[in-house]
Design a protein around this ligand. Structure first.
Ligand code: SF4
Length: 164
């Protein structure tokens, strides 16, 4: 299957999760192309300055004239989210939509919001290209890596599959 933002995120978070998801071991929502199509459609709609859209299985993402915004409940794996956001920025850029990235982290039980900005500069674009090939090769390997307990395993959809 094609690399998607979720797959990029999982590649950084847990390679086994990435492989399992990419190889559709547990059918989660893989319809990212449809969602990216929806973003483009929303952008073309007149009079929408800050449209709420769904890309990936994250409920609230936004796009406006300047930013594509990812909203997360935690910044426990910010690096994974950064690469996921860069992936979306690159896909949009390839479709002629140039935006900067913004990651809003709204922690549970608080109204505090942390904002992280990220841009797809030339270097990151090249890195993203290499990374996409690396991930494609990885998800096409025959077997997933062994399960290793990490922070976040208990909230992972594959927890039972990996450990029980
Ligand atoms: S349960 Fe843990 S080891 Fe298994 S896929 Fe999820 S994050 Fe990875």
């Amino acid at each position: 299957m094609n690399v998607t933002g979720t797959i990029v995120n999982y590649y950084f978070h847990c390679k086994r999760q990435c492989w399992l998801f990419a190889n559709r071991i547990n059918l989660e929502d893989n319809s990212e192309d449809v969602r990216i199509g929806k973003v483009l459609h929303e952008l073309k709609s007149e009079g929408k300055k800050n449209t709420e859209v769904a890309i990936d299985n994250i409920k609230i993402d936004k796009i406006n004239d300047m930013y594509l915004t990812e909203v997360k409940k935690s910044d426990s794996d910010l690096n994974a989210v950064k690469w996921q956001t860069l992936f979306y920025l690159k896909i949009l850029k390839e479709k002629g939509v140039d935006r900067k990235g913004k990651i809003e982290v709204i922690e549970k039980r608080t109204t505090d919001k942390k904002i992280h900005y990220i841009e797809l500069d030339e270097d990151r674009e090249k890195e993203m290209e290499k990374l996409t090939i690396e991930i494609e090769n990885f998800i096409n390997t025959e077997n997933p890596p062994e399960a290793t307990l990490i922070k976040g395993c208990k909230k992972c959809a594959y927890y039972e599959y990996c450990f029980l």
